[in-house]
Write a protein that binds this ligand. Sequence first.
Ligand code: ADP
Ligand code: ZN
Length: 601
Amino acid sequence: MSASLSTAHALLHSVFGFSGFRPGQEEIVQAVLDGENVLAVMPTGSGKSLCYQLPALVRPGLTLVVSPLIALMRDQVRALTAAGVAAVSLNSSNDPAENARVLQLLRRRELRLLYVAPERLARPDTVEMLGESDVRMMAIDEAHCVSQWGHDFRPEYLALGSLARQIGGRLQTMALTATADAPTRGDIVDKLFAGPPRTFVRSFDRPNLRLCFKPKERSSRQVVGFVRDRVGDSGIVYCASRRKVEELAETLRKEGVNALPYHAGLDKAVRDANQDAFQQQDGVVMTATVAFGMGIDKPDVRFVCHADLPANVEAYYQEIGRAGRDGLPADTLTLYGLGDMQLRRLQIEQSETPDERKRVDRQRLNALLALAEAPRCRRQTLLAYFGESSEECGNCDLCQEGVERFDATVEAQKAMSAIVRTGERFGMEHLVAILVGERTENVLKYNHDRLPTFAVGKDRRPPEWRSIFRQLSASGLIQQDFLEHGRWTVTEAGWQVLKGSQRIELRKETAAPKSTRREKRAAVTSDADATLLAALKGLRAKLAQAQRVPAYVVFSDRTLIELATHRPDTLRVMREIHGVGDAKLERYGSAFLEVIQGAAR
Ligand code: ADP
Ligand code: ZN
């Protein structure tokens, strides 16, 4: 191990209180310490920030962190300050006094990390000021904002490459993002780096998130049941409409849940107050539209529930990704109905985006539908979308509850023969009409009632056929072309089944889905003494309130659980607990020790 890497190890322990690196972090930190330019693609919650924070502390000089999210900068600076690190942020919400303080710290060269919004960095006075200080590295967070392909495009990001040159000649550059797709990655490299950076791509798997989809029955009852089983946990319930956000918040409150609404139609003051409550208090449930999202940096969100189907697979993964960033078990539940699917399709077709974009959106939506209809492990299906192969996960509803399957070779052949015999020119409703033997206007117009396939599937109802189509599509046997009014075609793999050289199993569509069983609660606190844990949380809340910081800035859930489980009896032993660094030990150690000792009596 190089000398600087062992310093990094020591600081990981003494400053952050972590016992080791998370997967991927060490290689990246090593590359940064070696002076390389680095692009790090890692999923949300995998610990990207540490990859620049740690080198910033190991080496002399200042690290500039560019981030578009002011709330996120503020939280990170707070967390770093609590850990005893000299970090500040420079953004439009600073007042002149704060700015003056930043300037002074810069001149004295006492700062290790300076967080700055891109538009602020672009100002000539900022560039000039930084020219005088000792900037060694620029870490660009949310680097996908530089790409016009994404939905988060920010023109200010385009200037970052040249700004880096203005500030520091050959400033070491690091870009970080959680957006995986290849075109975006290409854009980042082109626009932010002078030459190809050393690139690290981490698995997108988040094994601590339990994945679960259920067909919608009475969705608000399902949501209430799910949330009520988790009272006391922080969580998010996403809804497709503002009206539903408010209704659900109200319903949940009546059930004794501390639920607050969040959507773009609310007064900014209300929105901010609700976001602050969610961020700072324990056990708040936010019912929200997707307006609530970017910039949530709360590590202990224990569940995300989609009361309605998300827009597409990327949105789905980002939204559930807000749960369990601390690595502890977290639960997700996504409800989907046919109405949702049609709504999402319509939204794409009616949007004013260019065709190219619509095509991508359709693919992303289809991938989500395939996930909802997945015949086996959801994580496998999801990761396959990100180009990763994986084992069955054991932490999704399909792995845990299993699904009833049947040999669907004959059904698949019937469906595909309907596709082929009509010239691969028709959409699902027409094909289903042919299969069940319905003489619709179009069936008659094209004489499709004379096909040998007509009515061969009348033993099944249309919803069952639709499910078969969705599953065949999910298994890659058929595909839908949305540029041409959603016509279905049979793929190479499909022909294997059609010709009878391969068999296929599909999921049985239960006619009336069972009423929602109570989901098993994640065993976050199984070993911890519940009374002691509650007392520790009480102390944390008091300390957090006194300092006006979120509870997790004092200690994370994981830290409290470990404290309640291991019950350290001295400060020295406490120091070994996850999340307890030197600064926090000094500040909070004895207060927590007292509570633990009190419980032992
Ligand atoms: P990202 O930016 O990738 O979404 P963060 O940097 O916000 O993720 O980290 C997510 C959470 O993981 C934070 O609460 C952070 O403190 C924690 N974390 C990061 N690295 C480690 C580590 N090596 N050990 C334990 N916890 C870590
Ligand atoms: Zn699974």
